[in-house]
Design a protein around this ligand. Structure first.
Ligand SMILES: [Fe+2]
Length: 276
């Protein structure tokens, strides 16, 4: 299958696959995680083989949480974007905010509990002005890849309904690791046979519009997927996410000039400060 790699077609396809110009920091994070796993497990393993070494779900959750906290504390994901600024600007424009706490996923083969199923992020407070950037730390084949409903961002949104997420409390570790406590499922499941996977390798990024239906129910791969999902947003666009979800990443010359105006005029109306 030919996946879209043309930024001009992002509008039509709702996603874009791209080989990062600067991959160094992605490989560096992969090596850091391998080092952390060596400390925990007492032996060196490949991330792809993780499921063969960690079989107990409680142990897995502790490891997942530890690596996630490492990522949040060190903000390793920021460099993926700053080192590839021109590419991300080609989709987003010159004013870009970045998610402070990206999601970090570990999807083991045959473990539905590692995935949240098919969904629209719009049902969780996001807007179609937001982009999710998925960066894999392992090579991912069709069986383990996130799936998409082709061009669904440009179609009437399918009706969804809330379904309780069994065993996930608000604020729990699972919730912090990206599993909603209330899932929003598409009512009519006939779309499922049309979901198509987008596999890709370490050093590539998959950017997709949050209006597109996507997700994974269970990995049929033979390898574990480690991936980081980080959202970008135009600071001019509204989003239903909480305060402090995003921070400034790139600013245009105009936005920088406007910031100086507000610095010099602290009494100017707060609501005018759309690009802080
Ligand atoms: Fe999502």
């Amino acid at each position: 299958m030919n996946y879209n790699r043309d930024v001009e077609k992002f509008e039509i396809e709702g996603y874009l696959l791209h080989s990062l110009e600067d991959k160094e920091d992605v490989f560096a994070v992969r090596d850091i995680f391998k080092g952390e796993l060596k400390k925990i497990l007492g032996k060196e393993i490949e991330l792809e083989d993780y499921h063969n070494h960690v079989k107990d779900d409680d142990q897995h959750q502790k490891i997942h949480y530890k690596l996630y906290k490492y990522l949040l504390t060190n903000q390793n994901h920021i460099a993926f974007f700053t080192k590839n600024q021109k590419f991300f600007e080609s989709i987003m424009g010159l004013d870009v905010d970045i998610q402070i706490e990206p999601k970090f996923r570990i999807s083991r083969p045959g473990k539905p509990q590692d995935n949240i199923g098919y969904h629209y992020d719009l049902d969780y407070g996001n807007s179609p002005y937001e982009v999710s950037c998925m960066i894999n730390l392992t090579d991912v084949d069709e069986g383990g890849a996130v799936r998409f409903l082709s061009r669904s961002h440009a179609q009437p949104k399918l009706k969804t309904h809330p379904v309780e997420s069994v065993g996930v409390e608000k604020g729990s570790i699972k919730h912090q690791l990206g599993v909603p406590y209330l899932l929003q499922r598409v009512v009519d499941e006939s779309y499922k046979s049309e979901m198509f996977p987008i596999p890709f390798n370490v050093g590539e990024v998959l950017c997709f519009d949050l209006g597109i239906l996507h997700g994974l129910e269970v990995s049929n791969s033979e390898t574990t997927r480690f991936s980081i999902d980080c959202r970008l947003k135009s600071p001019l666009a509204n989003s239903g996410v909480r305060q402090g979800y995003y921070k400034s990443l790139f600013r245009s010359p105009l936005a920088k000039a406007a910031a100086r105006f507000y610095e010099a005029n602290p009494d100017a109306l707060e609501e005018d400060r759309s690009v802080g």
